[in-house]
Design a protein around this ligand. Structure first.
Ligand SMILES: Nc1ncnc2c1ncn2[C@@H]1O[C@H](COP(=O)(O)OP(=O)(O)OP(=O)(O)O)[C@@H](O)[C@H]1O
Length: 208
């Protein structure tokens, strides 16, 4: 279970939000909502431990993520809003590198299957600099298919640049992760065909 208590987020000298709280349990899909600049990405960075809250605490399985950082990160997959891709490497090389760095399954056959599943069968060995925006996004998202053991998926705008079919496929993969007892927390400005309506956390309700 992921719990956030009384969170406040400071950027520069500006308090974005305060007294924000939520709880995410096995099977939950939580959509973080609110207008541009309200602090959705900032909240995800707090939740992943990449940034520290001005106040409040985040707990994973009852323990502070600051104290149990390694155990928490073993259970976490975070995909930021910009795919971290090396243009000189192929999608396959990028995925293998990202998985190896994270300690996930990075063998060639598994990574090839993940890229095929995400619709990049014809681009496996191209240099990534020639990929379209949607294809670049898919390279990053392929990690989802190699991260089933990670219970908590935190995804910043995962649907950006995807076509209608890819949005549907991704929504299904996220729904399946939740159906299997996982948890998903995501930001998105678009609707997606999840099998269950996500819960919504409106950051605007906590804005300062
Ligand atoms: N140094 C700073 N001083 C003041 N405000 C800052 C500073 N750095 C960032 N900000 C503000 O913090 C907010 C960060 O927003 P964040 O990226 O978390 O928003 P978001 O809700 O994810 O937006 P979007 O929907 O556009 O992706 C923005 O309003 C930005 O202007």
């Amino acid at each position: 279970m992921l719990e956030a208590h009384d969170l406040a987020c400071l950027k520069g000298d500006r308090l974005l939000f305060r007294e924000l709280a939520f709880c995410l349990q096995a099977g939950d899909l939580l959509r973080v909502a609110g207008p541009n600049g309200v602090g959705k990405t900032s909240l995800l960075r707090l939740v992943t431990g990449l940034a520290l809250p001005e106040a409040g605490e985040i707990r994973w399985q009852g323990a502070s993520i600051r104290r149990e950082r390694e155990a928490f990160h073993r259970e976490l997959l975070y995909l930021g809003h910009a795919p971290a891709i090396n243009d000189l490497l192929s999608p396959l090389e990028n995925l293998r590198f990202a998985c190896a760095a994270a300690g996930d399954d990075s063998d060639e056959a598994s990574c090839t299957r993940a890229l095929e599943r995400i619709g990049l069968a014809d681009q496996l060995d191209l240099p990534s600099r020639v990929l379209s925006q949607g294809q670049r996004r898919r390279v990053g998202l392929a990690r989802l298919f190699l991260s089933a053991r990670r219970a908590l998926w935190v995804l910043d705008e995962p649907f950006t640049a995807l076509d209608v079919n890819a949005v549907a496929d991704l929504a299904q993969a996220l729904s399946e992760h939740c159906a299997g007892g996982g948890m998903v927390m995501l930001t998105t400005h678009q609707d997606a065909p999840f099998t269950r309506t996500p819960r919504v956390l409106d950051v605007g309700a906590y804005a300062c």
